[in-house]
Each structure stands twice: as C-alpha cells, then as structure tokens.
Design a protein around this ligand. Structure first.
Ligand code: C2E
Ligand code: CA
Ligand code: CA
Length: 538
C-alpha cells in the first residue's frame, strides 16, 4: 500500500514531465505500429489522438497544441504514403491532418483546464468554511505529515463566541478568526490552522521548541483582538499537546488531547494548559481521593478553629471550624487543594457530616469548661443538592445537647445563585429548625443584597478581597461602607474576613462593622490551643 502511495506522490509532484514523456513515448510507439504492422499504414494515424488528448486535457491547450504538431509531423512529411513503393504524401493531406490534430489538442486543453479549475473550486468549497474562509476538518484528511516528527498541536476555545457574534456581528468575529490564522501563518509559515467548530480553532506545526511555541501562539491570540476600530473582549482558553507522527491516518484524532487540555483550562479559568499538566493534575486528584476516605477516619483529617471577634469589645463571639489534612507523604494539604476534588464525588456528604459531628463534639467539650460559644461550619455547594442533607444533619445534631442557635452554616454567595430554588428550600428548613445562616465570601460574586433578602440569612461575611483594599482604595471603602449600611438596614450581622493589621481593624470598626476574623486576632488553631485562649475570656 505504501509503495502505491509513494508512486502516486511522485506522479503528482512531476505531472508535467511525466505527461510529456508519456505522450512522446506514445507517439513513438504509434509510429512503429504504423510502420511495421500494416501494409496500408496510414490508416492507423488516428492513434496519435491519444497522446494529444492526454497532454491537452492534463496540461492545457498549449501543450495539446505542441504534442499535436509533433504527432502531425511524425505521421506527416517524414512518412511515406506507401512503404512498398516509397511514395511520399501529398503536402495538403498531411497538413490538413496536422491542423485537425492541432484543433483537437486545443479543444482538449480548453475543456481540461476548465474542468481542473472547477474541481479545484469545488474542492475549496468543500474544504473551507463559507463564512470564515478557514479550512474545516475535511482538510485534515488530505494533509500529509512527516513521519517520526514531533508536532505541536493546539486547540483554541473562544468561550464567548456567540456573545461576540450577537454584539459585534458575525463578520467581526470571523475577521478575528481570520486574523489569528494570518498572524500565526506569518509567524510560523509551516503552521496549519483549521476551524472544526464555530468557537474552536486547531493548529498543528512541526515542533521546534514546544514551550516557546506555546508562548508565541498565546501572544498572537491576545494581540489579534483589534479588528478595525473595535477591540474585542475574548474569553479564550488554549490547550496544547506534543505528539510524534507515526503513520496515523486520521490527523483529527491528534486534537483529542489538546481539546481536553483546552476544556480543562477553560473550566479552571486559565489561559492555557498542556495535556501533560492535565494528566498530572488528574493523577494527583485521583491519589488524593483514594486516600481521602481512609484519612477521614484515622485522624489525618481534623478541624482547626478561628475566633470571630467583636470589634467593640475585642472579645471572641464565635468560632469558625476549618478543615485540615495532614497527609503522611504529601504533608499538609490546604482545603482549597482537596475540597474541589472531593466535591466532584459523593464523599463530600460524608465529609460535611464528619465536620459537623466534630464541631459539635468540640462545642460539647467547651461547654464542659463553661464556655458557651457559637461555631460555624462551611457547607459545600453539593451538599444542598442532597435531598437527605437536612435529615442527616438533624440526626447528628440530636446526639448532642447543643442549642440550635449556637450552630451556624456558612454558604458561599455563588452557591445560592447556582440553584436559588432548591437552596432556598433547604436554607428555610435549616433556619426554621433554629440554625443560623451566614453568607460567605460576600462581594466575590455578583449578587446584590436586595437579591439575597429572599433567603433566611443572619450574617453577611464580607470577602477578604475588600479587606485588603479598604485602606488604600477609596472606592472599595465606599462599597464596604454602603454594604455595611444596607446589610444593617436589612437586619443582618456584618462580619469582615481576613483582617491582618490594626489600622484596617480600626477603620472597619469606624465604618460600622460588628465582627471580624483574621490573622491579627488569631490564626486558625487546633482545639486545645483555642480552648486555652477562650478560657481567658470565660
Ligand atoms: P473560607 O470559608 O473563606 O475560610 C476563610 C479562609 O481564610 C481560611 O482558609 C482561613 O485560614 C483564611 N484566613 C483567615 N484569616 C485570614 C487572614 O487574616 N489572612 C488571610 N490571608 N487568610 C485568612 P482555609 O482554612 O485555607 O480555607 C480555605 C477555604 O476552604 C475556606 O474559605 C472554605 O471555603 C473551604 N473550607 C475550609 N474548611 C471547610 C470545610 O470544613 N468544609 C467545606 N465545605 N469547605 C471548607
Ligand atoms: Ca467560611
Ligand atoms: Ca470566606
């Protein structure tokens, strides 16, 4: 098979030379047939039309004409009319034949050229998108890659493609895609750009320096977003992979890995990821999850507590329970590193139940020391989707002698936006039972306090982002002040997160904030230490 492909390839490359050689060979063969096989030899002259039609239709009318003239002379003045008598042809005869042949050569050339032109056009229409003019995936079928070569393969996803089309128009969007392709081509002449879907582009080129090529492509995409007078807002993500070409026929399969990487980058709001990164992340995640369940039961996972401080009296008025994982090999793993992975599995339910149980146990222990303080725990998005969540939490709660109003659940603002109806029902059930509800990380999302008013909320926890800004940024100060005022009008407690210095604490007290949490007062600490600390305020 490969030999046939090889031969075809050589024929395709030097089609002109081959056609001329073959046509002349056919003329010579015909000449010998005419001379040797027949007494009345001139009756075979029509065989000469074969090379004339071949060269005309394949190479155009000039070549058809040229071959016709050669053929016309070969069966013309140099050939006797009769071999036996040696009588030559009358010039008018052979000249008329030559003219006939020339006419056929030109006609064959005309139709051949037209046919080739329209088939190229049809092929182009078949291989390109009408709107963008970029190649589609059919183009990959005809693409020949060099064997044993490494290729840099990339996928670009434009997350807001439809929004760009709606707001700026399709023409602007396609102009952007074309511009990317042009700029890539002028940077790397050997790169191929294909558009598999409206919001995707694929690139493939021979790898010279994989890491550098990633950076360059990233730069080209960022710098292509000015179209005429418009600068587009592009929400994009890129995925890359590097692969050796080993006789694989379907080039499109090579983009599976870069697609996966691009999708993962998009999900994580990163500009790009390589397939290798994704694989290592997934492996890390997989290993974490394999260890997690065991860790939950054998003490590797535990809670620490951070006090909430009344800004006026400077006394602790509550605790927040925060999870910790001391992994024997991976050492201490931050919650941000494992909770998102656990949330993808049903282990998140067991985790929250454990956290609740441990915090209630700790609260019981504090009570034994005559310390009565509310504790809040963090609830994951996925917990509220569990229809048995409420029942399970109540079942755990009833095993302890704790007042429900001493328990608070912290829920992030974005969670409520995701599924407001079911969240509302769940929060109402918890609130009606007597538990307190706090909105965590307020301000990080986009919801207004007015929108949140439909939920049974007791406390608003303003996100750490604002705390960092409030001293240096007057706008942030206005926002925080307005938020505190409105929250108070709506009857909420206001807590500010992440206070690290005294000046910020003073300012926020002045702005009317009730309570605060932060390293300034105390970092999250193990139960024993927090107990010692609380004893001082008993
Ligand atoms: P969060 O609920 O916003 O928790 C506050 C985070 O801010 C904690 O990080 C805390 O250690 C940190 N923090 C407190 N004061 C300061 C400060 O002054 N400066 C700075 N830079 N940071 C401060 P941590 O413990 O790493 O927890 C991170 C996130 O993980 C939490 O954010 C929460 O969303 C999640 N998380 C922690 N424990 C649990 C849990 O038991 N269940 C669930 N579902 N999520 C949890
Ligand atoms: Ca929290
Ligand atoms: Ca928070």
């Amino acid at each position: 098979m490969r030999i046939i492909e090889h031969v075809k390839e050589i024929l395709r490359k030097h089609v002109k030379v081959w056609t001329i050689l073959i046509s002349i060979l056919l003329i010579l063969v015909n000449y010998f047939i005419i001379i040797n096989l027949n007494h009345n030899h001139l009756s075979f002259t029509h065989l000469m039309y074969i090379p004339i039609v071949i060269s005309g239709s394949l190479l155009g009318y000039l070549y058809g004409l040229g071959i016709a003239v050669i053929a016309g002379f070969v069966v013309g003045p140099i050939m006797p009319r009769d071999l036996i008598t040696g009588e030559m042809q009358f010039w008018g005869d052979w000249f008329a034949r030559l003219l006939m042949m020339a006419l056929v050569g030109v006609i064959a050339g005309y139709f051949g050229t037209n046919y080739r032109k329209s088939s190229i056009r049809i092929k182009e229409l078949e291989l390109k998108h009408i709107e963008s003019g970029l190649f589609n995936t059919k183009y990959l079928k005809d693409m020949t890659l060099s064997n044993n070569q490494f290729y840099t393969i990339g996928t670009l996803i434009i997350g807001n493609a439809h929004a760009i089309c709606d707001v700026q128009g399709y023409e602007t969007y396609y102009a952007y895609l074309r511009k990317i392709a042009e700029n890539l081509k002028s940077t790397y002449p050997n790169i191929e750009v294909v558009q598999p879907e409206i919001d995707h582009l694929w690139f493939i080129k021979i790898s010279d320096h994989f890491d550098e090529e990633i950076k360059t492509i990233l730069h080209v995409i960022q710098s292509s977003k000015k179209i005429g007078n418009d600068t587009l807002f592009i929400d994009y993500a890129l995925g890359f992979t590097q692969r050796k070409h080993l006789f694989e026929k379907e080039v499109s399969k090579y983009f599976i890995q870069s697609d996966i990487a691009a999708r993962e980058a998009k999900g994580k709001n990163l500009p790009y990821l390589t397939y290798k990164d994704v694989k290592t992340n997934r492996q890390f995640e997989y290993e974490l999850l394999t260890d997690f369940e065991q860790a939950l039961h054998d003490g590797e996972i535990y809670l620490v507590y951070q006090p909430k401080i009344d800004l006026k009296t400077k006394r602790p008025v509550g605790l927040e329970a925060l999870i910790r994982w001391e992994h024997p090999i991976k050492k201490s793993i931050a919650p941000d590193q494992f909770i998102y992975a656990v949330e993808k599995t049903n282990m998140i339910h067991e985790m929250t139940q454990k956290v609740f149980e441990w915090s209630l146990m700790y609260q019981t222990r504090l009570k034994e020391h005559k310390i009565n303080i509310p504790i809040s725990i963090n609830i994951s998005t996925k917990n509220l989707y569990d229809i048995y969540f409420f029942d399970k939490m109540i079942e755990i709660f009833k095993r302890f002698q704790i007042d429900a109003k001493m328990v608070e659940f912290e829920i992030t603002e974005s969670l409520l936006m995701e599924n407001p109806e079911s969240s509302k029902r769940m929060l109402e059930a918890l609130s009606n039972f007597g538990f307190k509800i706090a909105i965590d990380d307020f301000g990080k999302g986009y919801s207004s306090l007015a929108y949140l008013a439909q939920f049974p909320i007791n406390t608003i926890k303003i996100d750490r982002f604002f705390t960092n800004q409030v001293l240096i940024n007057p706008t942030t100060q206005h926002i925080v002040k307005a938020t505190i005022d409105l929250a108070k009008q709506l009857g909420y407690e206001v807590l500010i997160e992440g206070i690290e210095d005294q000046d910020t604490a003073n300012l926020l007290e002045k702005l009317g904030c009730h309570t605060a949490q932060g390293y300034l007062f105390m970092r999250p600490r193990k139960g024993e230490e927090v107990l010692d600390y609380l004893k001082k305020y008993r």
